[in-house]
Design a protein around this ligand. Structure first.
Ligand SMILES: Cc1ncc(COP(=O)(O)O)c(C=O)c1O
Length: 308
């Protein structure tokens, strides 16, 4: 298993900054705004409530699971019981648990190229083999069924797709999901969608995979967190949502490792608020375009696919 390169870059940037260098770190992607004041106030209240001084439940606090289930039902248009949601320590933990639930040692997982290195790291952390599906700038870096087929080997059990993608910004629409869903069903592969940037789709509605392809519900796992949308990357609260077998496997794993209550106790109230944090990013994006920024006309970022 290799180190997640993002942390090496972050450590280097911090070391340079400590030595007095003027550094702009492009290592981790996170909002530069602090967490909203109402969240911080809720955390202070929660810390004073003795009920929160005790163990939580292995699958996560019931209230938060219900809130997440409600959000997923609204986003996907599908029924979503709270039992099919597992609260995690952020999206990375959710990815690890999801992969742990669906792949065996040595089995392969397809990730997109270019893509977020954390996907590769999560596959390696679960002793899986990484296969890359190349994407093309000319096609907005959307992964296609033929690219998935080119990456596929008999031992492929899952594909991870971020929607929108990092670093490409690629947002998937109904047509793209229909193609991917048909491919996943044909090849009997799990679809894991990483939706942490769903609040950052600007020019069109955000389309979750299951809104476009509800028939995939039994082979789809949704990964998400409050990290990016609410400016809470350091708080570590996320979730996975999927079939009962996946949630059950994740719950067993969590129960014997990091049973946690921590910030889950406040996130329930947070999630009832629409995130306002993404507004400044929309304004910056427009300003960047007006200033002649190098983004593509369709809002995607062109990336060199030679660098995964
Ligand atoms: C696509 C993607 N998924 C997940 C994460 C990590 O999310 P979290 O902080 O909730 O673990 C990141 C962080 O950069 C990311 O870019």
């Amino acid at each position: 298993m290799t180190h997640n390169p993002v942390f090496a870059i972050m450590d280097r940037a911090q070391a340079l900054a400590a030595s007095g260098a003027d550094v702009i770190s492009l290592a981790v992607g996170e909002p530069d705004a602090p967490t909203a004041e109402f969240v911080v106030a809720a955390a202070v209240r929660a810390a004073r409530d003795p009920r929160n001084h005790h163990y939580g439940q292995a699958a996560g606090l019931r209230g938060l699971r219900e809130t997440v289930a409600g959000r997923l039902a609204r986003q996907t248009g599908l029924g979503w019981p709270a039992d099919d949601v597992h609260i995690t320590l952020g999206a990375k933990h959710a990815l690890f648990l999801a992969l742990h639930a669906v792949i065996g040692a040595g089995e392969a997982v397809i990730v997109t190229k270019p893509g977020w290195p954390g996907h590769r790291a999560a596959v390696e952390a679960t002793n899986g083999q990484v296969r890359y599906a190349a994407t093309d700038a000319a096609d907005g870096h959307r992964v296609t069924a033929s690219a998935l087929d080119a990456a596929r080997a008999p031992d492929v059990r899952a594909v991870i797709i971020a929607n929108p993608g990092n670093p490409t910004g690629t947002a998937y629409g109904a047509g793209a999901w229909a193609e991917i869903a048909a491919w996943a069903a044909r090849r009997d592969v799990w679809l894991i969608t990483d939706d942490v940037y769903s609040s950052f789709v600007y020019d069109k509605p955000y389309v979750p995979a299951l809104r476009a392809a509800p028939q995939l519900q039994e082979r789809c796992i949704i990964i998400d967190s409050v990290s990016k949308a609410y400016g809470m990357t350091g708080w570590r609260v996320g979730w996975l949502a999927g079939p009962a077998s996946v949630v059950d496997a994740a719950t067993k794993m969590t129960a014997s490792t990091v049973t946690h209550r921590s910030w889950c106790c406040i996130t329930d109230s947070v999630m009832h608020h629409q995130s306002k944090l993404t507004r400044p990013f929309r304004a910056r994006r427009i300003a960047h375009r007006h200033a002649g920024g190098k983004g593509r006309a369709d809002g995607h970022v062109a990336c060199d696919p030679r660098h995964p």
